[in-house]
Write a protein that binds this ligand. Structure first.
Ligand code: ATP
Ligand code: MG
Length: 575
């Protein structure tokens, strides 16, 4: 017996109008379909239908974790500051960490992730190499005070994550479990019906080096990816690609100083001097942790990758507006020729062989053209600095990369000993020597995945769920509930479908047909059974498939069996 619900008693407050604050389809439709409500920026209530879909995602994640031998548990959301001091993240995490004090003035945080707690939990109990490996997971609420909470469930401040942590004695064992997790994450995406790509990623705040992100492809996704036909793919933040350069000027020319009043942007300069943007060089100013001025030079047509800037110059930060005054440098006319004394000049590797740079002259409204490295100025450090872009060369096969956008739904990391060393979590190896655990951590954005599914499955009428995530599988829509021919047919179909194991709702509201159809499409019930007077007189009902809009007339006597079979087929396609 599957769940059978009545629309009249369901708490599903659908909205006729698009909410003004919602920019993306998933945000708009989750609100309109009565699945979530906002409590504060980035903080949402899940209403019954939203909760049902969320729960289905959790269940899929749970099954895939259990299948690879990870064990479910539950850790606290409130975590003592001491553990975060041990790992060093109390200061490293910054304002994204939601901090609070108890009545005694002791400090706590609301967990944005659980490396500290899990490491502290196992460190005195997993004692021997014989106890390893161990993999543990939970499905928990997480808190991150994001700079820009937005897009509904996609970037919340309170959200649901499945996080898993594993402990190993050897790199082989860690690699094996990491691969198993990556396999499970791929299957989770498939069961959610997501079109996705695993991509090489940057490890960010969490630490570690080996990491893969799973991206649900979406035009409006925040992440940019590059990928190659050979199968290689990466987040542009992490990608090291071959940056093609085609300078128009290939022979050295004399350097020329030019008055450029009012020309501030690369596009302005290129246009005024009739050169391509790639013949100009952008210089960005930043500083090291110690406060040393740094100039970073990248091709005029490319963007700086802040992650790469940070690895070329540890502690690097772009200058704030007021820093330009302090260093007394002209923001729109910076360049590597005669830099302020003490400045470190770093340039992108792709500029190495170009001989005629158009650059700022470090004097307001002046630029140099034809500046040649080695002759007119020196570069202190050559490094990979640019954000990868479509058109770059693939680092594996040198093919041409294509671009796409995506939503990061999950990520796997090899942490190594980052937490076990800082937090003193060790086990005794075969020779009795204490060794820090090798760790992995693995996260699935459960609530974000719900939104990602809607980004991929929607049309002008609403959500068109894959059956695995739909809040309910079938809606029975009697056109006239007061009719004593229509209602009994609709009601018995509703009961029979539920008995056949199909999750079914009956729209028993005394509403116009148009209202019921609109709500059914907005909420996105995958199969809709329309029961009308004329059909019943002919012994038939109409079945509509939400995703395709296809309609089929079915004899009443065969309807339950046929619909149950269709649902079963759709389920197994995503099983
Ligand atoms: P992002 O780069 O999008 O901020 P992240 O890399 O910081 O995410 P992780 O620490 O890898 O996130 O967390 C694991 C998963 O949790 C992510 O893959 C994502 O699906 C989800 N997640 C992270 N931040 C949020 C958020 N603010 N709202 C909803 N889900 C989130
Ligand atoms: Mg991530």
């Amino acid at each position: 017996m599957a769940v059978s619900l009545k629309m009249s008693s369901l708490y599903v407050p659908t909205l006729k109008e698009d909410p003004a604050e919602a920019e993306l389809a998933s945000h708009r439709l989750l609100l309109r379909a009565g699945m979530i409500r906002k409590a504060a920026a980035g903080i949402y209530t899940f209403l019954p239908l939203g909760w049902r879909s969320l729960h289905k995602i959790e269940q899929i994640v749970r099954e895939e974790m259990d299948a690879i031998g990870s064990q479910e548990m539950l850790m606290p959301a409130v975590q003592p500051a001491e553990l975060w001091h041990e790992s060093g993240r109390w200061s490293d995490y910054g304002p994204e960490l939601m901090r609070l004090k108890d009545r005694h003035g002791r400090e706590f945080c609301l967990g944005p992730t659980h490396e500290e707690i899990i490491t502290a939990t196992v460190r005195h109990e997993l004692r021997s190499y014989r106890d390893l490996p161990v993999s543990l997971y939970q499905i928990q609420v997480k808190f991150r005070d994001e700079v820009r909470p937005r897009f509904g469930l996609l970037r919340g401040r309170e959200f649901i994550m499945k996080d898993a942590y594993s402990f190993h004695a050897t790199q082989e064992s860690l690699q094996e479990h990491y691969d198993a997790m990556a396999g499970a994450y791929g299957r989770i995406c498939e069961r959610l019906g997501l079109e996705y790509r695993p991509v090489e990623a940057d490890s960010g705040q969490i630490g570690g080096k080996i990491t893969t992100e799973f991206m649900a492809l979406a035009e409006n996704g925040e992440a940019e990816l590059v990928y190659c036909d050979c199968g290689w793919a990466a987040n542009v933040e992490a990608a090291t690609t071959a940056v093609p350069r085609h300078p128009a000027v290939t022979e050295a020319v004399p350097m020329e100083k030019v008055h450029t009043p009012g020309l501030r942007t690369i596009a302005d300069l290129a246009q005024a001097f009739g050169v391509a943007e790639y013949d100009t060089v952008k210089t960005m100013a930043g500083k090291t942790a110690e406060g040393r001025l740094v100039f970073l030079c990248v091709p005029g047509d490319r963007e700086l990758n802040p992650v790469k800037a940070e690895s070329a110059v540890p502690g690097f930060e772009l200058l704030e507006e007021e820093d330009f005054k302090t260093f007394d440098i002209p923001k729109g006319s910076l360049g590597p020729v005669d830099p302020p004394s003490g400045a470190l000049v770093v340039a992108d590797d792709s500029l190495r062989d170009t001989v005629a740079w158009g650059v700022g002259a470090n004097i307001n409204d002046y630029h140099y053209f034809g500046a040649q490295p080695g002759r007119d100025f020196e570069i202190d450090v050559w490094a990979d600095l640019v954000l990868a872009a479509p058109g770059d060369g693939c680092p594996v096969c040198n093919g041409t990369l294509q671009g796409a956008r995506g939503i990061e739904v999950s990520q796997v990391f090899q942490l190594g000993t980052k937490y076990s060393e800082s937090m003193g979590a060790t086990y005794a190896d075969e020779d009795g020597n204490e060794q820090p655990f090798l760790m992995g951590c693995y996260g699935v954005g459960v609530s974000r995945s719900l939104a990602a599914v809607i980004e991929q499955y929607n049309d002008e009428n609403g959500i068109a769920w894959p059956v695995s995530v739909a809040p309910l599988e079938v809606a029975v829509v009697p056109l006239n509930v007061g009719d004593d021919i229509v209602w009994p047919v609709a009601e018995s179909l509703w009961r029979d479908l539920a008995s056949a194991g199909v999750e079914t709702v009956i729209d028993d509201r005394d509403e116009r047909a148009g209202v019921k159809f609109a709500d059914a499409d907005l909420i996105g019930f995958p199969y809709q059974v329309v029961v009308g007077k004329r059909g019943v007189a002919d012994g038939v009902i109409e079945l509509k498939v939400r995703a395709t809009g296809e309609r089929e007339t079915l004899p009443i006597a065969e309807a339950t069996e046929r619909i149950a079979a269709l649902v079963a087929q759709a389920r197994s396609a995503l099983a």
